[in-house]
Design a binder for this molecule. Sequence first.
Ligand code: FES
Length: 204
Amino acid sequence: MTWSQKTDERAQAIIARYPDPRSATMPLLYLAMHEDGHLTEDGMREVAARVGLTPAQVQSVASFYTMYKRDRTGRYLVSVCTSISCMLLGADDVLAAVSEETGVADGDTDEDGLFSVEHAECIGACGGAPAVQVNYELVEGVTPEQGKALCAWLREARPEVVLGDEMQELFGGQRSFEWGPSETAGAVGPFPAFEPYGTAKEGR
Ligand code: FES
């Protein structure tokens, strides 16, 4: 496989930051996901060739972390935290509501490739439980009704860039902290928003 010129340039720039190319394995796995929408066998082989590891070594890294999606993933990955703080404040009901609204079971992706739904372990927003992420952009204090409304909005508005602050304003409740700086860049796909990888974009 060949990556686009832009992805190729990004990969080269990232590799050049490190004394040893293999240190770039994890960033390059995100580039591979961005290129194909999820992590493919070809994508992992491409990463291996670029960082000087074997495909098996790259796969062993990719398979360790849940954020490297090796199966087809929807345009909007909705992750509902079901760890203890969120669970005590109704996360199971939020997850059920999200599944009902999207028609997608926990761990699954719909036919159209619009939604993937998953439960997640603690996402570091316990003070704003129950917490939800869309493409790893955070929304806190989400009730089952707000979870449904969030998914209905994603389906109708189909935002090209998913912004945590925007979703918080529209569908969130109690937050962990109110003093964080607002962010104008968000995620452009079912992977985290990183400006150097091209997976972040200004949204408004
Ligand atoms: S338990 Fe849900 S964010 Fe920590």
